[in-house]
Ligand binder design. Structure first.
Ligand code: F6R
Length: 238
């Protein structure tokens, strides 16, 4: 695990956007895994600027979303599909067929998504955020290291943390998420954590070995795992 401690939140965001940009520009690397969440909003804003200013053609790049809620209408304002369209796909003018969304409408959704990822040759770089309870994607504490894409129940803490993102009263209680095993198959992982609400989780992640009470800890032995932190998220690391 490589830890990059930045001097400010802006610097951490910029670091992650630059890693993503440079990887996306690599002609040999065409498939990427994307995360959503509040942490990633400034990352996409910066990434869009870098990509647009480059003047390059990105039409052969493909993007897999890490997770999606159940129980929302297609393109619901609080869905991750809507999120990525708003923050990345539409600003870049990317076509729908460049994006893969967890197929929540299918009965064999998990298996189908795994097949889709394999059919595209696997994920080169997976972008990740982290929940206050150590979840990655929606792999909540107790998730297995070899788990694959599947329907997962959200914990009460996660449901509560998500509440403010919902414009109406329906706050989803389950989601389709890439598994930890799915995430670990990506060739490279980049996790961004910012803000003091993540400080305890980061402290646990850095100071403990693999432990299912903190699903992100399963990433520690991945050969190319980079953890990018702002000063607040890093504030409790010894
Ligand atoms: C989102 C995702 C989640 C978030 C995590 C942190 O696709 O998979 O794991 O990364 O819940 O969310 P924020 O950034 O809103 O604190």
């Amino acid at each position: 695990m490589q830890i990059i401690q930045c001097q400010s939140k802006d610097q951490a965001v910029s670091k992650v956007a630059t890693i993503l940009f440079e990887t996306i520009c690599d002609e040999k690397r065409n498939v990427f895994g994307l995360a959503t969440g509040r942490t990633m909003e400034p990352v996409y804003a910066e990434l869009v600027k870098l990509m647009k200013n480059s003047g390059k053609d990105f039409s052969n790049k493909r993007f897999f979303m890490l997770d999606e809620y159940y129980g929302l209408t297609d393109n619901h304002e609080s869905s991750f599909k809507f999120y990525i369209k708003t923050h990345f796909q539409n600003p870049m003018g990317f076509k729908d067929d460049q994006f893969f969304f967890p197929p929540v409408h299918l009965s064999d959704a998990g298996q189908q998504y795994e097949r889709d990822i394999r059919a595209q040759g696997g994920v080169e770089l997976q972008l990740l955020g982290i929940g206050q309870n150590g979840h990655i994607g929606f792999n909540e504490p107790g998730s297995e290291k070899d788990s694959l894409t599947r329907r997962v129940d959200l914990t009460p803490d996660t449901i509560e943390a998500n509440r403010e993102q919902f414009v109406d009263d329906i706050v989803p209680v389950d989601a389709l998420s890439m598994g930890i095993g799915t995430i670990l198959r990506a060739k490279e992982l980049v996790l961004l954590a910012t803000g003091k609400s993540k400080a305890d989780t980061i402290q646990f992640l850095v100071n403990n070995q693999e432990n299912s009470s903190c699903p992100a800890s399963f990433l520690k032995n991945h050969p190319r795992f980079t953890l990018v932190l702002d000063p607040e998220a890093a504030s409790k690391i010894n």
